[in-house]
Ligand binder design. Structure first.
Ligand SMILES: Nc1ncnc2c1ncn2[C@@H]1O[C@H](COP(=O)(O)OP(=O)(O)O)[C@@H](O)[C@H]1O
Ligand SMILES: CSC[C@H]1O[C@H](OP(=O)(O)O)[C@H](O)[C@@H]1O
Length: 402
């Protein structure tokens, strides 16, 4: 019989106490549930006498944001734990340490990153992260290259694919990113002032066709082991350090989906700069910073991915002249298309972003929402023709008038 049940705070403390490397001494432990995400419980356990601490993340058998009417497999906790470990091996220093995994209880015990800030919060508060592009491009290049057929023996890759079959969480993405925003679905959450913009999207046949192509790639393209939900709420950051958390959506999919997720969430913050009143120079400065970061992420990701390919490629056939250039061009195009789809869903789909939702002034919030939709749809429409990351910069600038 299954042992699974949601932990009480007392049980979380008992579990934490068993992690001797964090709590070698017996002083009192204190527990607080701090989960602010859409899906899981997160317990923060501290030892006031020593200042030591850790995190226990536990999956619920349903989506917390919706309730028990939306059941979800507990296997996602195993997938999250295994992905964290794998990504930690491939990209050392860029993930939290995993102390323990319990698949029965669907939990992961991991390093407490409370000395970092969730990047979405950091950006909303005006934070600047000079090493972010270097770190996230390293994380993506290494985790994606070494789990692709370019960097991993094809038989081994297929065995790894088996461990990361993630139907429930993929279904969330398929519905919330590629389907529901493109018709009048019950799950959408559309503020009245922008309903016309959503309706225009539902009528735009050319756009719907591009979304169908993107969705097909998400459904069928087992290119590499993705993080699967690489938004700024899944990144802990300081000016010196970056840690990627929450890979429960991990599965083998198209590489551009991860790269596009990072770019989309920087663009959502770009649109949210409408919160500044009047012609504030801070708005322009923030936007320049965000676009420079996007450019740096792509440029460094491409450079690192190509270097890994040239130095560690395991696939003779992929050395054919012209193949690498064509692969990287298609990867950029996927990145741009997925960035567009991930931007649109966060404006009026089921789960929005605080960057825009917390703008108190209704007119500024509406401007930000419309701008994000203009950028998102612009990227989706451009994706298969895109030639350079400058296409993204141009579309963002056009939408903001900067
Ligand atoms: N390793 C960690 N260290 C400190 N806080 C964490 C850690 N992991 C998660 N949290 C906190 O819990 C919140 C939700 O975690 P997350 O993994 O995003 O859950 P969900 O899967 O429900 O979205 C984070 O926003 C953060 O505040
Ligand atoms: C019903 S899940 C909605 C949304 O939430 C997930 O994000 P997170 O777990 O980081 O809160 C994911 O982006 C899903 O699309």
């Amino acid at each position: 019989m299954s042992q699974y049940h949601p932990l009480t705070e007392a049980e979380a403390i008992e579990t934490a106490r068993s992690i001797q490397e964090v709590f070698p001494t017996g002083e009192e432990l204190v527990c607080r549930e701090i989960g602010d995400g859409n899906l899981n419980l997160v317990f923060h356990i501290t030892q006031p006498a020593t200042g030591r601490s850790l995190i226990i993340k536990q999956a619920l058998p349903y989506a917390k944001v919706v309730g028990e009417s939306w059941p979800l497999s507990l296997d996602r906790a195993r997938i999250e734990s295994e992905a964290l470990v794998k990504q930690g091996e491939l990209a050392p220093g860029l993930t939290p340490r995993v102390y323990k995994t319990d698949t029965e209880l669907a939990l992961t015990v991991m390093e407490d990153l409370s000395d970092h800030v969730i990047m979405r919060r950091g950006l909303i508060d005006g934070g600047v992260y000079p090493l972010f592009a270097e770190h996230i491009s390293e994380f993506m290049a290494r985790t994606l290259f070494f789990t692709s057929d370019l960097g991993l023996n094809q038989q081994e890759k297929k065995r790894l694919v088996q461990s990361f079959i993630n139907p429930d969480l993929c279904k969330i993405t398929e519905d919330l990113i590629f389907e529901d925003p493109y018709f009048d679905a019950d799950t959408n959450s559309i503020e009245d002032p922008i309903r016309d913009a959503a309706e225009a999207i539902w009528q735009n046949e050319a756009l719907l066709l591009e979304v169908a192509y993107l969705r097909e790639k998400f459904l069928t393209r087992a290119q590499a082991l993705l993080h699967g939900d690489l938004h700024t709420g899944s990144i802990f950051i300081t000016p010196e350090s970056t840690k990627v958390i929450d890979p429960e959506f991990a599965y083998f999919g198209p590489i551009g989906f991860d790269v596009g997720a990072v770019i989309a969430n920087l663009l959502l913050n770009y649109a949210s700069q409408e919160h500044w009143s009047g012609e504030d120079a801070s708005r322009r400065d923030r936007r320049v910073y965000l676009l420079n970061t996007i450019r740096d992420i792509w440029t460094q990701f491409e450079e690192k991915f190509r270097r890994l390919w040239n130095e560690h490629g395991v696939d003779r056939v992929s050395r054919a002249a012209g193949y690498q250039d064509d692969y990287m061009r298609r990867l950029l195009q996927d990145t741009i298309g997925f960035a567009g789809a991930k931007t649109v869903r966060r404006v009026y789909g089921l789960a929005h972003v605080a960057d825009i939702d917390t703008i108190p002034d209704a007119a500024a919030r509406e401007r930000a929402q419309r701008m994000a939709l203009a950028i998102g749809t612009g990227l989706i429409m451009r994706n298969r023709q895109a030639e350079s990351i400058e296409d993204v910069i141009r579309i963002a600038k056009q939408a903001s008038g900067d």
